[in-house]
Design a protein around this ligand. Structure first.
Ligand SMILES: C[S@@+](CC[C@H](N)C(=O)[O-])C[C@H]1O[C@@H](n2cnc3c(N)ncnc32)[C@H](O)[C@@H]1O
Length: 240
């Protein structure tokens, strides 16, 4: 079943997701770091380090949002990073950030949909996405188009929430994610649905081996998953 941010609306998931991220864009970074205790920063760093050996010169950051993953990817010293997102609000916050950092000559942020990427086949050395794929309207279609624009031999890195499986972490996490996180998130963001959608969408999302099946179907090979912090998040690595 598709999990929607605003259940009472008839708009598509894609429209609702874009609307939700537009609504919370100005509070997104603050809440991200607050609600994760800053660990999201370490997860992004770890994911980017996996690309170090490949030394990609051109990187596509899907669902770039406010640009944190793209900014982290600067550590790889690429020539160009293109970030695409369906939320204009998130992109505007991101554009301000990269301008302030003086890296707007390297990072280019564009409005774009993961399921209909406006790039030629085999364009990028690496394609990356953090906390984006869970929000896709059609996961397989999004991953397939990501694979299409990746060069043969290129690497794809997906970082996404997953579900911890072992006691007592699973129970502690479920309590935090179901009760504490939505209360703080909805209060601070002033969007009564965004941080209720977060745990619901994680719950419904295929993680671990289930994600790898879709990843593989989308065209990626040598797929692997790397669970982080008791399985709260997972990095999925794939090659083309
Ligand atoms: C949780 S944010 C992640 C932002 C950023 N990658 C990060 O790590 O902070 C998810 C982003 O995915 C974007 N998104 C959702 N579906 C998308 C799609 N089909 N194409 C491009 N972006 C999408 C949303 O607009 C939102 O900005």
């Amino acid at each position: 079943m598709t999990v929607l941010p605003y259940k009472e609306q008839e708009a598509s998931k894609k429209e609702q997701v874009a609307q939700m991220f537009n609504n919370i864009s100005h509070k997104y970074d603050f809440l991200n770091h607050l609600l994760s205790g800053g660990i999201d920063i370490l997860w992004r760093k770890k994911a980017i380090k996996l690309l170090k050996a490949a030394q990609p010169k051109t990187i596509l950051d899907i669902a770039t949002g406010t640009g944190d993953f793209a900014i982290e990817a600067l550590a790889l010293k690429p020539e160009k990073i293109v970030g695409v997102d369906i939320s204009e609000g998130m992109l505007n916050v991101g554009k301000e950030k990269i301008k302030k950092l003086g890296v707007d000559n390297i990072i280019d942020m564009q409005l774009g949909d993961s399921e209909r990427l406006l790039f030629e086949d085999n364009t990028f050395d690496a394609v990356i996405v953090s906390f984006g794929v869970r929000n896709f309207e059609n996961l397989e279609k999004g991953l397939t188009d990501m694979c299409r624009v990746l060069k043969p031999g290129g690497t794809c890195i997906v970082l996404e929430f997953s579900k911890p499986k072992s006691f007592p972490f699973k129970q502690i996490y479920n309590f935090y994610f179901k009760y504490i996180l939505p209360t703080i998130g909805n209060m601070v963001s002033k969007d009564s649905s965004a941080y209720t959608y977060l745990p619901e969408s994680v719950q419904a999302f295929p993680d671990g081996e289930d994600f790898l099946k879709v990843y593989h179907k989308a065209g990626f090979t040598q797929t692997q998953c790397l669970p982080l912090t008791f399985g709260i998040s997972t990095i999925y690595i794939g090659k083309k």
